[in-house]
Design a protein around this ligand. Structure first.
Ligand SMILES: [Zn+2]
Length: 102
């Protein structure tokens, strides 16, 4: 008989508890960080400089404090959503669907 080990939610106290707007609270290991939620893609059809394109593609701020981020619930509903998180304490203040405000 084969056995499958499954980590139960809430057992690891070092993991963040993230509230997926679709599924509710889950352990951090079910999620994947998706980047800064404040980056705006250049407007389609509008000419931009190489520097503006480089800034969009490569350069990110590294703020200390409250930060809006994209996360995906990869081991759950697979939905993308926004998280308002403190980058120094990892405290999560709010989560929201992509079409909602943080
Ligand atoms: Zn979910």
């Amino acid at each position: 008989m084969k056995r499958v080990l499954v980590q139960k939610r809430g057992l690891d106290k070092n993991m963040l508890d993230i509230k997926c707007p679709y599924c509710g609270n889950r352990s951090q290991n079910e999620f994947s960080y998706g980047g800064d939620a404040n980056i705006k893609r250049p407007e389609l059809g509008k000419e931009i400089s190489d520097k503006e394109w480089d800034d969009f593609v490569y350069f990110r701020k590294n703020p200390k404090g409250k930060h809006s981020e994209f996360w995906q619930h990869v081991a759950g509903c697979r939905q993308w959503f926004k998280v308002l998180r403190d980058t120094s304490t990892h405290e999560i203040f709010k989560t929201a669907k992509l079409n909602e405000d943080l």
